[in-house]
Design a protein around this ligand. Structure first.
Ligand SMILES: Nc1nc2c(c(=O)[nH]1)N[C@H]1C(S)=C(S)[C@@H](COP(=O)(O)O)O[C@H]1N2
Ligand SMILES: [Mo]
Length: 395
């Protein structure tokens, strides 16, 4: 198909594109010289949005999901969540201790860890509190504010299994307690089955060492599980027969059910998706062609299907999924859309390879009540008004 007929096929019409004359007149001058470490164009502005908490050392910042392409989040825009600030760790003095119910306790330097067989894998990371505001009546205005505690990177590191084989698990070893080197010494209990399955000690992120915000020089990765277990600045793994019941696995990252009991250790994240364009805060320039796009992911494997609704959930059509569709990674979906200029309510619905279908918010509340603050994975509606403005609505 030549260029002319493709334009006709998309029927872009006079609304898009200018005339040929103007571009040819631009002046030329020498560009700037080489640089040692790259920066993005000064015309590109998206940044992480910071949520201010009591102190800046115990806060979070969210990824501008609507401004990223594909499935990999630029390291500089990866969301951040930390409870005691970002420590400044010299990898030359950092140590990882593995002890507890093991035959041969080990203390490893970073150089020693870097000599071990390694792997690189693309995985999403999502805070268990991501889109927590969707439980409430008042929700975040933009996809960044409401869904930006999720990012996806190419991680490099050592399969944890290798090291556990090396230290030798003693009978009764059922959990390991991962501890960070930050001031709060954050700890989470990890079932040993995950540690022996696909958990990884990561030192690389998107082709370079981890960013300090992501846990430099070493973090635990438990792919598909809530972000909180993926302990950053990892300094210690204590193999035990039971969980520690730490602060972050009891009072935090747990959900109070209507019967007064709490769901705890809900570690794998359920299938989820969100339309990132158009989404809250966008303004459509007028009727015509747009590409609806968004991200889908599941802590239980691959994304199998993403459907999109334009009428608030009455009818659904399949979106196109980008390949490769990786296990426990973001999957990008897309769908061309010709907006007729009338009110619309758009949303996406993800089905993962286990057959699990993303529930509506109402179904989620039916099952879990309204006391939950974490683990929200309901279908997310955005309302398009005739003036082109896009807002966050529940139903
Ligand atoms: N040592 C340590 N690890 C930590 C945290 C922390 O505060 N300290 N925060 C956790 C939480 S709540 C999340 S959601 C993820 C965030 O990882 P990121 O900042 O790389 O996005 O790290 C987890 N690991
Ligand atoms: Mo988190």
């Amino acid at each position: 198909m030549d260029k002319t007929s493709r334009r006709q096929a998309l029927r872009l019409g006079a609304a898009l594109g200018g005339s040929l004359g103007a571009a040819a007149q631009e002046p030329r001058s020498l560009g700037r010289p080489l640089s040692a470490y790259g920066e993005r164009s000064r015309f590109v502005k998206p940044v992480r949005a910071t949520r201010v908490t009591k102190t800046p050392e115990a806060g979070s910042s969210s990824t501008p999901l609507a401004d990223t392409f594909g499935i990999v989040t630029p390291s500089a825009l990866h969301y951040e969540r930390h409870h005691a600030g970002v420590p400044d760790i010299d990898p030359a003095t950092h140590r990882l201790t593995i002890h507890g119910l093991v035959e041969r306790p080990l203390v490893l330097t970073m150089d020693e860890i870097r000599r071990l067989p390694s792997a690189s894998r693309i995985h999403f990371l999502e805070c268990g509190g991501n889109s927590g505001s969707e439980w409430a009546a008042e929700n975040g205005p933009t996809v960044q504010r409401s869904y930006g505690l999720a990012s996806c990177s190419d991680w490099t590191g050592v399969p944890l299994r290798l090291l556990l084989d090396e230290v030798g698990l003693k009978p009764g070893a059922a959990w390991l307690i991962a501890e960070g080197a930050d001031a709060c010494r954050m700890q989470r209990s990890v079932p040993i089955v995950k540690a022996l399955d696909d958990a990884m000690l990561a030192y690389g992120q998107n082709g370079e060492p981890l960013r300090p915000e992501q846990g430099f020089p070493l973090r635990l990765l438990t792919p598909g599980w809530e972000g909180n277990v993926q302990v950053k600045w990892l300094r210690r793994l204590d193999v035990t027969d039971q969980p520690y019941m730490t602060r972050d696995e009891t009072s935090k990252y747990s959900d109070l059910m209507p019967d007064g009991k709490a769901r705890i250790f809900t570690l794998p994240l359920e299938a989820k998706s969100v339309v990132t364009f158009p989404s809250g805060g966008h303004t459509l320039a007028g009727a015509g062609l747009y590409e609806i796009t968004g991200l889908a992911w599941s802590g239980r494997g691959r994304v199998e299907r993403v459907e999109v609704t334009l009428d608030g959930g009455r009818t659904w059509v399949d979106a196109k999924l980008d390949e490769p569709r990786l296990r426990l990674a973001f999957t990008r979906f897309r769908m061309p859309w010709r907006w007729d200029g009338r009110a619309a309510a758009i949303a996406s619905r993800c089905t993962d390879e286990s057959g699990y279908v993303q529930p509506t918010r109402a179904e989620l509340i039916e099952a879990r009540g309204t006391n939950s603050g974490y683990h929200f994975n309901g279908i997310k509606l955005w309302k398009i008004s005739p003036d082109g403005s896009v807002t966050n609505v529940h139903a």
